[in-house]
Each structure stands twice: as C-alpha cells, then as structure tokens.
Design a binder for this molecule. Sequence first.
Ligand SMILES: [Zn+2]
Length: 260
Amino acid sequence: MGTDIVLVAGAVLLGLCVGSFLNVCILRLPRDESLMRPRSTCPHCKQPIAWRDNIPVFSWLWLRGKCRWCRNPISKQYPLIEALVGVLFGASLLAYGMTLHAVAAALLGTLLLGIAITDARHYIIPDEFTWGGLVIGLLLALGGGVNGFLQALLGAAVGFVLLWLVGMAGTWVFKEEAMGGGDVKMMAMVGSFVGWRACCSLCSPAPRWARSFSSRCRSRRSDSCRSGYSSRWVRSWRSCSVMRSLPGTGIFSRAIKSDG
Ligand SMILES: [Zn+2]
C-alpha cells in the first residue's frame, strides 16, 4: 500500500517521544504529581536530567543505562516503554495508513500500555488514562461525523454497563468486591474507541476470569497477595488481555467511519 518509509520513521520518532511522556505519566499520575514540573531528576542523586540525557532510548543506550552523575542504574522500563510505543506508532501507520484509524490505534495502545503498567505497579488505574482516554476516543470519533460520535458514545455506554454487570455478578458469586471502578471506566474508554460490538467480544470469558481473580486478590489486601509476583502478572495480563483481543474485534471499523 506504499506507505512512505520516511512517514513510518516519523511515526516511530513521534511514538518514542509519546513513550517518553507515557513514562512520566506512569511515574507521576499514581502520586498525583504534576506532569509538567518539576523537571525529571535522577531518583538516586536528584540531579536534573538534561535534554541530551533525555532523548528517548538513545540517551539510555549512550549512558549504558546509568545516571551521568552518580552512575547508579536507570530502570530498563524507560527505554523499553519508549521503544514499545515507537513500534506501536509505526505499526499503526503501516496497518491503517494516514488515517484517523492509525491515530486511534496508536493512542489506544499507548493508553492500555500505561494502564497495564500502572495497574501492575500500583494497583490503580488513574482517571487521567480512563476519562482522559474516553474524551480522546469521543473526539476522534467526530471524524466519522455525528453517526461516528454516537457509535463511540454507545460503545462507551455498553463497555461501562457490561463490565459493571460482570462486576456485580462477580460480587454476587464470590461474596466480595470483584471489579474496581477503574476497570469499569477502562472498558468505557475502550468502548469509545472500538464501538459496542467489539466491546461485547472483548468482555469474553478469558479476560473476565483474569479480572475477577486479580480483583479478588486486591480486595483482600493481604500482603502475600499484594506483593506476590503471580498476582502482579495476572493483573497486568488483565489489561494486556484486552490489548491482545483487540485485533480480532474489527477494531475501529465501527466507531470511526472516516474513509481511508
Ligand atoms: Zn544520579
């Protein structure tokens, strides 16, 4: 389909920068800190990180994963997330061309990645990802006119209600809270991107069981469970399972009816 190699490279570079911003979100949103200031510092020696040491992926490789000043290691998570989002942006452009679909795919993937990691690390899904993502999903759907917008709105409503019902059923079966509010909001956000039909197939049994299981761990708040690696991975798999099931749902074909 002849997407220009320069365009793909541009998309990857943009993705690297968005990934760098996603790192800031993952670090600061759970702590309710501003995303803009103060400037990023080394967690060990508190030296501000200069722009030349803040170039996505390349700076980390150049400094061999160590702080320029104190030589303490810098987490691999930073370059990994930057690279992942870069690949995601490039792949979205290759899959959908220069369309709103590509923008939606790239942003939804970025949001889900942020949710997966924040959820695995802090057991919360920040509203900025869910409500903020919902607004982005609805705005992008405007590209498909009034009908596209209504489809996205319906998708959000179905996602919200469907997961809320699953949560209620889980609570009834397990006799304890089976679904957090963040999960329900996340599904509303996903619904605004993929439309109601895809939303229904995303709430298929496999991810649902993972959600119930992991939420049961969370609601118990037992230390063994909270610190347990297995439950951590089940939790992040929960968000990943949504990501994994996305390609099979005819993603974006309903919510966004722009041509391209
Ligand atoms: Zn340092």
